[in-house]
Design a protein around this ligand. Sequence first.
Ligand code: E4P
Length: 218
Amino acid sequence: MKFFIDSADLNEIKEAEAMGVLDGVTTNPSLCMKVGVTDFDKHIKEICSIVDGDVSAEVVSTKYEEILEEGRRIAALADNVVVKVPLIKDGIKAIKTFTEEGIRTNCTLCFSPTQALIAAKAGATYISPFLGRLDDVSHDGMQLIEDIVTIYTNYGLQTEVLAASIRHPMHVVEAARIGADVCTMPLSVMEGLLKHPLTDNGLKRFLEDWDKLQRSLK
Ligand code: E4P
């Protein structure tokens, strides 16, 4: 499973990259707003230079021709950029055209298996089902991931399932069990994946005992 960080914060991205297990980045307009991005193209270029992996940068246009224009500009920013396109009719049309042009895409705001099937037929590189936002409205977000993985497997569809809107480590565990290709998560969740109180307590005891042994040898 690939790990992406869901952030536009350069410090967080650098910290995740330094862990050595980062495979990519996803951004969106809200994440850019959170860190006060002023020059979008420059910011995305900088993220692309930090990370050796795919960086999703989202269009804010909603009309076919405008999505194409904006997406082509984003695609030209770096070799590892992926154009993020919303799952609307004009977005699907644009994904089909981008696919023909060799531009890689991440189809975002997916909330149903039928949406995911259409995105794959248009040739999306990634599909982003939003787990946490479905859970928020009492729908089973994980069931959506399972349905998409089953459908894509049934037909040999190449679109990668990118579990998004991840809120806690158990989302990552469940998505991995089901076979999602990628999980994108905040830095706090990524760090949470490696934490266990028994590890911390065990390490503390080992170090204390080692210290006792050294003192007994003096
Ligand atoms: C990533 O591609 C999505 O935009 C992001 O995971 C959405 O997460 P949220 O529901 O926490 O805003």
